[in-house]
Design a protein around this ligand. Structure first.
Ligand code: PLP
Length: 468
């Protein structure tokens, strides 16, 4: 193990020397600092900066990360705002009342965008991301159900939540952490998303709600919210059970209002009581912001909202964390003002166009079969055509693309379809037609490479590195 003695106990001369020395040959740079123990002594800021920056350089390039849904580009004004507000803690609402007021304006705008019956009398909050937003929405469903059960003199100790087997992991976490039985409706080739088929077998008097996903993480497909509501209407007519919907619009919550404005997936559907989105996905902000809005205050039980007084004032809080960045809220507000509805529409349509173009081109390639085409949210997935090759798979292709800097994950579909591997591209703001063409060229070249490597006669193989 490297000891800290290599960079400590410096005399004045040594310190001066350290400052004069060229970068990369100063103590701590020419040597190594310990990685898993806190160093005993200080380093020059330049040295620590250089070390951290150099390590981070080994990460993938965020703009070429086609795996993430999360914003990887903001303009210079946003960067300035970010720096200005980096020191603001969102919880300090008494101290930063303007940031708190802006937070309220943001979720009120979302309530309006999502057709809340009375946006000025809804309730909502920012969160650290959609995961927290989903947990808060899930907790509200659970508590609401518990109150109703207790009022009816019925047991409330075995709640369940009905959702697709292709939900994002945050819903599994919610069920695990908050002791709710998850009831997964399996996706299948006939029912690629939760569509209401056989819903009655999953819903009972202990069901706290049904989750509909606008933009399934695995594939980007929308679940038909109106159709799910109709299935629940039928269940109510048959059994008297009035089961509500939460819409997980982590991605689609900021796509559908602009790209599919006539699609009724939001509070226009009477059974939808809450909606979440990730401000840091198609809300176009850097990581660290989500939103959740309830149809009316009635669906967020009062006893979930705690009042804290130790920051001055008496602040209501409904959140899993206490402290979190305030800057992201300001960034979200900046974008809502900067882009407006028309700007968001143009950005999201541009992403959709690139996604549909790219999926069209990939669908034409011999090895691939599209799962969907990116016309819901600008996300699409494909699989290897049955019988195309035994010699390589999408994991190999993912590795090859990584060598070119493109991060394109391959993964199994959820339970029941887990023998199907797909590969997915998430098109985000900043993934231009030019970049899409560059990606396509690399994808084709890597397919040729893999095909050639696994060709019939070893002697006919092209040498790696000489192929392109
Ligand atoms: C449908 C869905 N729900 C929830 C989440 C979790 O969101 P976050 O990463 O903002 O916590 C994601 C993230 O990909 C998602 O796709």
């Amino acid at each position: 193990m490297v000891t800290t003695s290599q960079h400590v106990e410096r005399s004045d001369d040594e310190r001066e020397d350290a400052e004069l020395n060229p970068v990369f040959v100063r103590p701590g740079e020419a040597t190594a600092l310990p990685k898993f123990r806190m160093p005993a002594d200080e380093s020059l800021p330049e040295t620590a900066f250089q070390i951290v920056r150099d390590e981070a350089m080994l990460d993938g390039n965020a703009r070429l990360n086609l795996a993430t849904f999360v914003g990887t580009w903001m303009d210079d004004y946003a960067s300035r705002l970010y720096l200005d507000a980096a020191d603001k803690n969102m919880i300090d609402k008494d101290e930063y009342p303007q940031t708190a007021a802006i937070e309220t304006r943001c979720w009120t705008m979302l309530a309006d965008l999502w057709h809340a019956p009375d946006p000025d009398h809804t309730i909502g909050t920012s969160t650290i991301g959609s995961s927290e937003a989903c947990m808060l929405a899930g907790l509200a469903l659970k508590r609401h159900w518990q109150h109703a059960r207790k009022a009816a003199g019925k047991p409330s100790d075995a709640p369940n939540l009905v959702m697709s087997s292709a939900v994002q992991v945050c819903w599994e976490k919610f069920c695990n952490y908050f002791e709710v039985e998850p009831r997964f409706v399996p996706v299948s080739l006939d029912h690629k998303v939760l569509d209401g088929h056989d819903l009655a077998s999953y819903v009972d008097e202990n069901t706290i709600g049904v989750v509909a996903i606008m933009g399934v993480t695995y594939t980007g497909m929308y679940e038909p919210v109106e159709q799910l509501a109709a299935a629940l209407d039928q269940i109510e007519a048959d059994t008297g059970l009035d089961v509500k919907l939460h819409v997980d619009g982590a991605s689609g919550g900021m796509i559908a209002p602009f790209v599919q404005p006539d699609l009724a997936w939001d509070f226009r559907v009477g059974r939808v009581v809450s909606i979440n989105t990730s401000g840091h996905k198609y809300g176009l902000v850097y990581p660290g912001i989500g939103w959740v809005v309830w149809r009316t205050a009635e669906y967020l039980p009062d006893d979930l909202v705690l009042k804290v007084s130790y920051l001055g004032g008496e602040m209501p809080t409904f959140a899993l964390n206490f402290s979190r960045p305030g800057a992201q809220v300001l960034l979200q507000y900046y974008l809502l003002l900067r882009l407006g509805r028309d700007g968001y529409r143009r950005v999201q349509e541009a992403c959709r166009d690139v996604a549909v173009y790219l999926s069209g081109e990939i669908g034409k390639l011999a090895p691939f079969e599209l799962w969907n085409d990116g016309s819901d949210i600008p996300v699409f997935a494909w699989r290897l055509r049955d019988g195309y090759t035994q010699n390589w798979n999408l994991y190999h292709l993912s590795d090859r693309l990584r060598m070119k800097g493109w991060l394109v994950p391959a993964y199994p579909m959820p339970a029941d379809l887990a023998d199907i591997t797909v590969q997915r591209v998430v098109v985000r703001n900043g993934f231009s037609h030019d970049l899409a063409d560059a990606f396509l060229a690399d994808l084709k070249a890597e397919v040729d490479y893999l095909d050639a490597l696994s060709g019939p006669m070893p002697s006919e193989r092209q040498q790696p590195g000489f192929h392109h």
